[in-house]
Design a protein around this ligand. Structure first.
Ligand code: OGA
Ligand code: MN
Length: 289
């Protein structure tokens, strides 16, 4: 059993992110250790464990200390070929990879840049947490960036906060990683949901800005042009450099983040190089302002 006294929390940037040292994720963890990790998580939003060597089962066991494991969500029919990899054989696990075997992708999210987003933000109950473990990495790029959406909320001008209080925004699962979702046509067959623009984090009680450039496409109750202009302003606030921690992956890195108070993105990487990470999630709840 891991002793809570072994744990060290080392902040990684002024924005968010901390490295947790002294924890071996293959071992059963005591309740105190899990509580210490949870406290650090609420404070730092993104946690990094280096030099891990975890099996799929160990990853799922660790994630389940923090809630019910999330199931992979099926992509809408037109996107299915891209989102459903050949080796996606465990409903709680998603392989994030550009690798193809016999011309068939083994996982999801392929190559290239990936805009800022919230995992499954388009559902009524977006994943609370995501856990991502690096198995194969390119020699450069493919960094994952996290933005602190508490800081983004605080940076929204007061007049805009008043204007958007009580308002909701449309999140939709129609995206192409580096192109904004298109919600202009009939969206009845595309998963979507209206969430409050400002969400109170149930764990910390603090408000966050809950929009992202990739999948948040409209403000309810606004003229479309005005809504789009306001959203542009909000995306830009959410992506301010000073709110971002950029993670440069090393082999054996295990990351976990909170989707209610962060958005994340991926930088480009050489497409001829292999990149493979193993992802699992914890189910979320309805979000309130
Ligand atoms: C994800 C994700 C980014 C990356 O797994 O949800 O956004 O760096 N991954 O591949
Ligand atoms: Mn993601």
């Amino acid at each position: 059993m891991q002793d809570v006294l072994d744990i060290q929390v080392v902040p990684l940037s002024p924005a968010c992110g901390a490295e947790i040292r002294g924890v071996d994720l293959t071992k059963p963890l005591s309740r105190e250790t899990v509580e210490a990790i949870r406290d650090a998580w609420d404070k730092h939003l993104v946690l990094v464990f280096r030099g891990q060597n975890v099996t799929q089962e160990q990853q799922l066991t660790f994630a389940s200390y923090f809630g019910d494991l999330g199931s992979r969500k099926k992509a809408p029919e037109p996107l299915r070929a891209r989102a459903e990899g050949a080796q996606q054989d465990h409903e709680k696990v998603l392989l994030v990879s550009n690798i193809k075997e016999n011309g068939v992708p083994i996982g999801a999210f392929g190559e290239g840049e990936f805009w800022f987003h919230i995992d499954s933000g388009y559902s009524a109950t977006p994943y609370r947490y995501t856990f991502l473990y690096a198995l194969e990495l390119p020699s450069t790029g493919g960094n994952t960036m996290f933005s602190n959406m508490y800081k983004a909320y605080d940076a929204v001008p007061e007049a805009l906060k008043r204007k958007l209080t009580g308002k909701r925004a449309l999140h939709i699962h129609e995206y192409n990683r580096a192109r904004q979702a298109d919600a202009s046509g009939d969206i009845s067959n595309i998963p979507h949901y209206y969430h409050p623009v400002f969400v109170t984090h149930p764990g910390t009680g603090n408000k966050t800005l809950f929009v992202d450039r990739l999948m948040t496409t409209a403000l309810e109750g606004f003229d479309p042009a005005e809504g789009a202009a306001i959203l542009d302003q909000l995306y830009d606030i959410g992506e301010r450099r000073e709110f971002i921690y950029e993670h440069v992956w090393q082999h054996g890195d295990f990351l976990m983040w909170d989707n209610r108070c962060t958005i994340h993105a991926r930088t480009d990487f050489p497409k001829e190089q292999r990149r493979l990470l193993r992802r699992c999630t914890v189910e979320g709840d309805l979000l309130r302002e």
